[in-house]
Design a binder for this molecule. Structure first.
Ligand code: HEC
Length: 78
């Protein structure tokens, strides 16, 4: 069990901002290109502060501000 938890923790730490589409491809979570990069960044800062969907809170906490800015640019409205 401990081993499993460690593996799960590693999985979160190894998460890269490039992986957002894994969930945000229109399947389990909404597509991100309906939001502007600024809106995505604002949401991610809320998640990072512990507010909102727990899955996103974990992800946001594992990302640096630069990762978040890059992801917002990559996935936001073009
Ligand atoms: C493990 C699945 C998963 C991954 C990976 C993931 N998300 Fe999410 N995200 C969710 C879920 C579930 C929600 C809440 C449901 C929804 O808003 O569709 C959410 C919500 C959001 C929201 C809020 C949308 C809104 O309008 O309220 C933003 C912004 C967001 N995610 C950005 C990201 C970014 C940027 C990444 C990559 C760094 C990412 N997500 C990676 C599952 C994921």
């Amino acid at each position: 069990m401990k081993k499993l938890l460690a593996l799960a923790a590693l999985g979160v730490m190894a998460f890269a901002y490039q992986d957002c589409a894994m969930c945000h491809n229109g399947g389990m979570a909404k597509k991100l290109d309906t939001l502007t990069p600024a809106q995505i960044e604002a949401k991610m800062k809320e998640f990072k502060a512990g507010k909102g969907n727990p899955m996103m809170v974990n992800i946001a906490k594992s990302l640096s501000d630069k990762d978040i800015a890059d992801a917002a640019k990559k996935y936001g409205k073009k």
